[in-house]
Write a protein that binds this ligand. Structure first.
Ligand SMILES: Nc1ncnc2c1ncn2[C@@H]1O[C@H](COP(=O)(O)OP(=O)(O)OP(=O)(O)O)[C@@H](O)[C@H]1O
Ligand SMILES: [Mg+2]
Length: 350
């Protein structure tokens, strides 16, 4: 009997470690089969500004770099390489991925190049997709697969994706909202709007400036949103102090902001999110919409944690809406599961 020729996938499995990366606008997560979520850091990188030209030196990445956003000393530059779920600054993205993979992988794996699976928003263009692949290769990947964020989030949220019955998943991230209808292991409809938590923060900054004449930093606005943010006005009042700079005299000033203020402030971007969901319901195949009417909608991504969002969507759509367990990690866990299961269907995977 002839000895079987070595099978390449087995070789890959044994000698090519595989990592799954959710390269988000706000946060990057890395998942490995054996370690689970091995990295969860803000998507920020901070460079040293060299006096002379030459390769840039990294001063910090992740949490450390995020603390420097908006407060970096003159010799440092803090950058968010991702905007709306795609790469806005290629070289910064490449450096960031490389650093994160080094932080995430055990030392014994250092010398080996890994196969990467990366989540991408449905709205990413071919050029943007290629940029993501190239950044991963430049950061040390030997092979890159992409998976649609909706399918990944659905898997991570425990939605029965392989059944014939349709499910709707809405992933609200920092820079994008993805609306996906999933059935039979693939994406039957996906739509994406370039609106997410960042837009809520910016809306809060502009609202507080107009109403109170105080300019808040974006991180302060985000803190207010996470603490008392509400997608509905019709709820008991809650308040929090927020300190910014007075637009009159430039001096620090503290104002008291309420959850009703936040609901008013974010109404614009929130309406865009609701519009995207309605478009999804209009455009998805009719049979699947019937399934969604039965099964309801699942929310994932950090934006799913916004106060009263599920209730607001239920009111607007007349459908059952629930927030997934651990919404911030659904996409990376789902993409990792898809990679491990070899779920290489054309609809969601390239
Ligand atoms: N408790 C909360 N309430 C409201 N928003 C929150 C809360 N927690 C996190 N967020 C928001 O969630 C967003 C980050 O979510 P997530 O990590 O899913 O985004 P991302 O995957 O990096 O972005 P994208 O998918 O758009 O590329 C941020 O805008 C953050 O402010
Ligand atoms: Mg995301």
């Amino acid at each position: 009997m002839a000895t079987p020729t070595p099978h390449y996938p087995l070789f890959e499995r044994l000698f090519r470690p595989s990592v799954t990366v959710d390269l988000g606008t706000a946060n990057t997560l890395i998942y490995t089969d054996d370690g689970g979520i091995v990295l969860n850091q803000p998507s920020v990188v901070c460079f040293q500004k060299e006096p002379a030209a030459g390769p840039k030196r990294i001063a910090a990445v992740g949490t450390e770099a995020r603390q420097l956003l908006g407060r970096a000393p003159r010799n440092l530059e803090a950058v968010r390489p991702m905007r709306h779920g795609v790469i806005a600054n290629f070289s910064a993205a490449e450096h960031m991925i490389r650093q994160f993979v080094q932080m995430a992988r055990p030392r014994s794996m250092f010398s080996r190049r890994a196969a990467f699976t990366l989540c991408v928003p449905a709205g990413a263009t071919q050029v943007e997709r290629r940029a993501i692949k190239e950044a991963a290769v430049a950061a040390g990947a030997w092979k890159v697969s992409l998976i649609g964020e909706s399918l990944a989030s659905a898997l991570g949220a425990g939605v029965p994706v392989s059944e014939a019955t349709g499910s709707m998943v809405i992933d609200i991230g920092g820079g994008t909202t993805e609306v996906g209808v999933i059935a039979l292991g693939g994406t039957a409809y996906s739509g994406s709007v370039r609106v997410g938590g960042d837009n809520f923060d910016a809306a809060i900054v502009s609202y507080v400036r107009n109403l109170y004449g105080v300019l808040l930093g974006e991180q302060t606005a985000e803190h207010v949103k996470k603490t008392i943010g509400s997608a509905m006005r019709d709820v008991p009042i809650e308040q929090i102090n927020a300190t910014g700079r007075s637009v009159d005299d430039g001096l620090p000033r503290t104002v008291r902001v309420s959850n009703h203020d936040i609901a008013d402030a974010i109404e614009g971007p929130l309406r865009q999110v609701i519009g995207a969901v309605k478009r999804g319901l209009e455009r998805a195949p009719a049979e699947l919409v019937t399934d969604i009417a039965h099964n309801g909608i699942v929310l994932t991504g950090g934006g799913a944690l916004l106060g009263n969002l599920a209730r607001r969507l239920t009111n607007e759509l007349g459908l059952d809406v629930r927030v997934a367990d651990e919404p911030l990690t659904c996409a990376v866990r789902g993409a990792g599961a898809a990679a491990a299961a070899g779920l290489l269907d054309d609809a969601g995977y390239e």
